[in-house]
Design a protein around this ligand. Sequence first.
Ligand SMILES: [Zn+2]
Length: 267
Amino acid sequence: MKNVPRLTSEPIGLQNFRKEQENADRQRDSADLWKAFRDTSAYKELQEALLDIQGGLCGYCERQIGHKKFKADRCIEHVAAKKDNRDRTLDWNNLMICCNGGTLDSHPEPLARHTVKRNHSCDKKKDRQKIPIECDPREFPCEWSTSVVSFTIDGRMRPNEQTCRELGIDPKVLVGVIENTLNLNCERLRQARQQLWDEIDQANDNLDQDYAEQKDTEGEIFFIERLLQDHLDRNDDGNLLEFWSVHRQSVEYYILRLPELKNHLTI
Ligand SMILES: [Zn+2]
């Protein structure tokens, strides 16, 4: 779970649709209202805006859903469930792009292709459950020194206790959100993150050697900057790497040497 940036303004199509509904004679319930909105071109506009600001990552599990091959694996999530908050159904401050939580059996990535319930995560697992405000990823800071979660070598996500204390988050509450509300340590996601760690470890064997060869400050800065670009910056499509927080942790050792480069974390 990384910081999820919010939209900076309400997309115009959503605004028009919302105003039409406010002026309508009959008030639809939240499910009907959302269904009607999904049939408009404004839905696609909103989806694109959210994908763009989130770098194509699911707001909860950080799977990459920005590329068009993952089109079927996207949904717009109401952070405060629309079933219990009708007046927030079209509230652009309540929306986030999310994956389908492992329910897509035709997913192009094998490790995302699960349909058993114990492997459901994100919006599909959360449903009407509430996320405490301090555990809402849109409230997390994006500064390097305030990483809210970290990962074990076998791909499990856990709260970063020191950061939690600094931010006033009870680590036990965050564990509940990770494990129960969102199921972010389900086997499907754990395995995918473990596989990524293995790939990063292999790449890092060469990296440590390259780093040791940097003989002067200029070489060191160039090396670390390139490393941070590779792991943390947006690619040409504007997307971030899948499981971005794992990548962030993998380069921590280097960025701590040059904290002035932490602008790569403000994305
Ligand atoms: Zn997800």
